[in-house]
Design a binder for this molecule. Structure first.
Ligand SMILES: [Zn+2]
Ligand SMILES: [Zn+2]
Length: 158
């Protein structure tokens, strides 16, 4: 399954947002983290709704993993968890049905344990009736480093 063409109006919505001037006194590291959080808050309102609608429209209401039609039931998954704090674009978001979305996050939680990861992958394969392509897709987007690890790696100054 390949991603559809991005809808220009909503690309880089998050990147258009800028931090307020009162944050300028902080170090670049703190500013970067604050900006991510602020962008996320702004995005969580009307921009996030527009972005969500644009993603679902671009995929014509179909789950990006199993390919079934789910319409408004679709949930928006951040391929890179860091974009949950801002900076999300059409390319970094995927519509997933509740089942597939749950599997992505379950796979992500156990990804550091190869045995449990494989066991869960096998279970997903059974549920998706041997659709190897869908299972590989779910596993691939579950392999991204977690948000917490990424943010902790930022070495934010006090
Ligand atoms: Zn699905
Ligand atoms: Zn998700």
């Amino acid at each position: 399954m390949t991603a559809p063409a991005a809808i220009d109006d909503y690309i880089d919505l998050a990147q258009q947002l800028s931090p307020p001037p009162e944050l300028a006194k902080y170090s670049p590291e703190v500013l970067a983290t604050a900006r991510l959080l602020i962008d996320n808050q702004k995005l969580s309102r009307s921009a996030a709704r527009k972005l969500r609608k644009a993603v679902i429209t671009a995929w014509t209401g179909h789950c990006a993993a199993c390919g079934h039609f789910h319409g408004d039931v679709l949930q928006i998954h951040h391929v890179d968890p860091v974009t949950e704090f801002g900076g999300a674009t059409m390319d970094s978001l995927l519509p997933l049905c509740p089942n597939c979305h749950a599997y992505v996050h379950a796979l992500r939680r156990v990804r550091t344990n190869p045995e449990r990861f494989q066991a869960l992958k096998d279970q997903v394969e059974r549920v998706l009736e041997g659709d190897d392509q869908a299972v590989d897709f779910l596993a691939r987007i579950a392999q991204v480093t977690s948000t917490k690890e990424r943010l902790m790696g930022r070495k934010v100054n006090p």
